[in-house]
Design a protein around this ligand. Structure first.
Ligand code: AMP
Length: 287
């Protein structure tokens, strides 16, 4: 397994790969790796001839400084997991390497994601998606992959990145991969490690509520389903920020489930000071 810390070294390795027409798959992560990340890696290993996995905690996508400070770091066990899974190339750049001159490149500022970037995560984490679009654009410019593997767990992020790739004309195919869950349904997340045993139990209610919503939409209109879900989470001691039923491509609120082609339930909730997100398809096909 090769580990590169500089853009120049990574590119020097990738150029002959590209010259030999080997397809390049890319899995960007922020580390503290779990089975969700490894599922993207396995998919890339199966579908491309050369896989690059990056570990970079991108400061520009954190709107809350304490969230950035407390974000888990475990580079040694991450590298061990990547090696065990068969990852051939790891890119672990410094902030200065990703943002030379101390500045983020201006080229993603002009991108307009419309309401995709202003609802849900966009509303609750101002600037978050500009930061995500910026870092993914920069990483795609560096790696120039044929395929980019991203998780449906961060569904709104997946749509934003697709839209960024479309608007910038980058010739990379974005591939959404299913959410990997713990045995009780909790979506795997690096942030789960920060939950106490009691909070870990409480957090399982997020997925149970998403599943219940699939049954509730048969008998209640969307706004009532959302309200029931919010109050169930609150009663169990979680602090839900939103629970919305939305059309899976536009993320516009669903008014009438019967007439909607797709219905996705999306949720963000705090368990103590750990903020978790998840989503679940209630009708149709996603993205
Ligand atoms: P992160 O390190 O949280 O930025 O995530 C890196 C990539 O892994 C993103 O594309 C995430 O959507 C994806 N990911 C995170 N958790 C999961 C999961 N439980 N299942 C599938 N993909 C995931």
């Amino acid at each position: 397994m090769y580990l590169f810390k500089s853009v120049a070294d990574l590119q020097a390795y990738l150029k002959p790969q590209r010259d030999k027409n080997r397809s390049i798959g890319f899995v960007p992560t922020m580390g503290a790796l779990h089975e969700g990340h490894l599922s993207l890696l396995r998919r890339s290993l199966a579908e491309s001839q050369c896989t690059v996995c990056s570990i970079f905690v991108n400061p520009t996508q954190f709107n809350d400084p304490s969230d950035l400070e407390q974000y888990p770091h475990s580079p040694e066990s991450d590298l061990e997991r990547l090696y065990q899974t068969g990852c051939p190339v790891v890119f672990m750049p410094t902030v200065a390497e990703v943002y030379p001159n101390g500045k983020a490149p201006a080229d993603t500022q002009k991108l307009d994601f419309g309401s995709l970037a202003t609802v849900m995560e966009g509303a609750h984490r101002p600037g978050h998606f500009q930061g995500v679009a910026q870092v993914v654009k920069r990483l795609l410019d560096i790696v120039q992959p044929d395929f980019l593997f991203m998780g449906e767990k961060d569904y709104q992020q997946l749509l934003i990145v697709r839209e960024m790739v479309r608007q910038t004309g980058i010739p990379t195919e974005v591939i959404g991969c299913p959410t990997v869950r713990e045995a009780d349904g909790l979506a795997m997340s690096s942030r789960n490690q920060r939950l106490s045993p009691q909070q870990r139990q409480q957090a399982a209610l997020i997925y149970r509520t998403l599943q219940q919503a699939a049954a509730w939409v048969k008998n209640w209109p969307p706004r009532e389903v959302e309200a029931k879900a919010m109050s169930q989470l609150k009663e169990a001691g979680l602090e839900p920020e939103y629970f919305e039923l939305a059309e899976a491509r536009s993320l516009q609120r669903v008014e009438d489930v019967q007439n909607a082609d797709t219905v996705l339930a999306l949720v963000a909730a705090r368990v103590g000071d750990v903020r978790l997100i998840d989503n679940y398809l209630l009708k149709g096909n996603a993205h």
